[in-house]
Design a binder for this molecule. Structure first.
Ligand SMILES: Cc1cc2nc3c(=O)[nH]c(=O)nc-3n(C[C@H](O)[C@H](O)[C@H](O)COP(=O)(O)OP(=O)(O)OC[C@H]3O[C@@H](n4cnc5c(N)ncnc54)[C@H](O)[C@@H]3O)c2cc1C
Length: 384
């Protein structure tokens, strides 16, 4: 068993850490407050090769593995979750299905632009009637004169409404008849931004992740070429379940990063803030909170790396990714809560990053499969 990071992993981690510290940290509060999408930061991440870490170099990707990706995401979320989710939704949700299941033409057309960060990818799975129950997709696509005609709507979709949004991969029912639940055929389709009949709606007013882009999407007689089918017709359910498994590693890394960031902030503050004539870091109850946070962060980090490690060895990682996602979401919420507590009243004031971390943490128990869904995935993998 090897716990040391390889040199190239350490280099990548340090590069992202420095970028996050220098380029994201100073503007994170303002981006959050003004709900401004971080275009400049995405451009910088693209220049550093961080918008396509796990994809082969021949398509413009970074040629990295899942450990590299998890390390990068963790360092971003340690400073700002809006940037981290923008990268995650783009990489593992938006770009991954094209890489894994797309035709050679689709890969050649989209991957270089996505991996460079020139364009953003999005994944449109969730619908008003299909969240946890994602197979209940109501959006329909019918073939007509060599084109798919798409009608329906999606909700809570990340990265689909920015100035640089390039493409959304959506799930749609492609069987001809009404179809009962068991026999419905679900497929994935590529819909380029700007296609007539495809309209991203107004951004949501969210609790957190304020500088990331989240919108409903509507499709009204939206026509895309028949070749925009991703992989096999009817394979959509299997495809998106696999994509979600992979995405969980990234979102779990976000939880670890947020919790580590909360610990960083809380420790620094506790050493500065004085009460009863001494730094509050010298009080045992504060030390106990810091110690508990550090134990949980480290344990969860190992679980995330294990999920990434299993994936990189092409072993089954469904169970471990769900365990990591469940544990890290809960950790993020708890760590942010403790960090605010250690800040006292200042933790409730927006100038202090822990205030933003507190708001950003909650969605980690909801997005990419709720905690309850992770428990179902885990129990199923255990054979329950
Ligand atoms: C900021 C944000 C960004 C997002 N980005 C994307 C994106 O880019 N692409 C995308 O497709 N989706 C995205 N989502 C959607 C997200 O994945 C869903 O919100 C999530 O899967 C939950 O679905 P739901 O909101 O419909 O909740 P529901 O499925 O309605 O769940 C409501 C509650 O019921 C529980 N529940 C449901 N079924 C069961 C069950 N069988 N057993 C026990 N409990 C159950 C849930 O756990 C939850 O507590 C995003 C969401 C948010 C908030």
């Amino acid at each position: 068993m090897e716990f040391d990071l390889a040199d190239h992993h350490r280099l990548l981690r340090d590069t992202v850490r420095e970028f996050a510290h220098q380029e994201i940290g100073p503007v994170a509060e303002e981006l959050d407050r003004t709900k401004a999408f971080p275009y400049e930061i995405v451009r910088g991440l693209g220049e550093l090769g961080l918008m396509g870490i796990p994809f082969p170099e021949e398509y413009g990707g970074g040629g990295g593995d899942s450990i590299a990706y998890a390390l990068a995401v963790e360092e971003l979320a340690r400073v700002d979750s809006s940037v981290a989710i923008t990268v995650c939704a783009h990489t593992t949700l938006g770009t991954e299905p094209i890489y894994l299941f797309g035709s050679e033409e689709q890969k050649r057309e989209w991957l270089p632009r996505l991996c460079s960060g020139e364009r953003l990818g999005a994944f449109g799975l969730t619908e008003p009637e299909a969240g946890s129950d994602a197979g209940n997709t109501q959006t329909r696509a019918a073939l007509d004169a060599g084109e798919w005609v798409i009608n329906g709507s999606k909700q809570f979709i990340t990265n689909a409404g920015t100035d640089i949004s390039g493409v959304v991969v959506i799930t749609a029912v492609t069987s001809a008849g009404a179809g009962t639940r068991g026999e419905r055929e679900i497929s994935n389709l590529l819909v380029p931004h700007g296609t007539p009949g495809y309209e991203p709606g107004e951004p949501y007013r969210k609790m957190g992740w304020n500088a990331s882009d989240t919108r409903p999407l509507s499709f009204s007689d939206c026509r895309v070429p028949a070749e925009n089918l991703v992989g096999q017709r009817g394979a959509g359910l299997r495809q998106f379940l696999h994509v979600l498994d992979i995405g969980r590693i990234g979102v779990a890394a976000m939880g670890v990063g947020l919790a580590q960031g909360a610990l960083d902030q809380a420790l620094a503050y506790a050493k500065e803030r004085r009460a009863f004539g001494r730094p509050i870091s010298q009080f045992q109850t504060i030390q106990s909170k810091l110690a508990a946070m550090s134990v949980e962060v480290e344990a969860t980090r190992l679980l995330v790396y294990k999920a990434a490690w299993l994936k990189d060895r092409e072993r089954n990682f469904t169970l471990t990714a769900a365990q990591a996602k469940l544990k890290s979401g809960r950790l993020a919420v708890r760590a942010a809560d403790e960090a605010v507590q250690i800040h006292g009243g200042y933790g409730y004031i927006e100038e202090y990053p822990v205030c933003r971390f507190y708001r950003d943490a909650k969605v980690l128990t909801i997005g990419e499969g709720t905690d309850e869904v992770q428990e179902m995935v885990i129990a199923r993998a255990l054979g329950a």
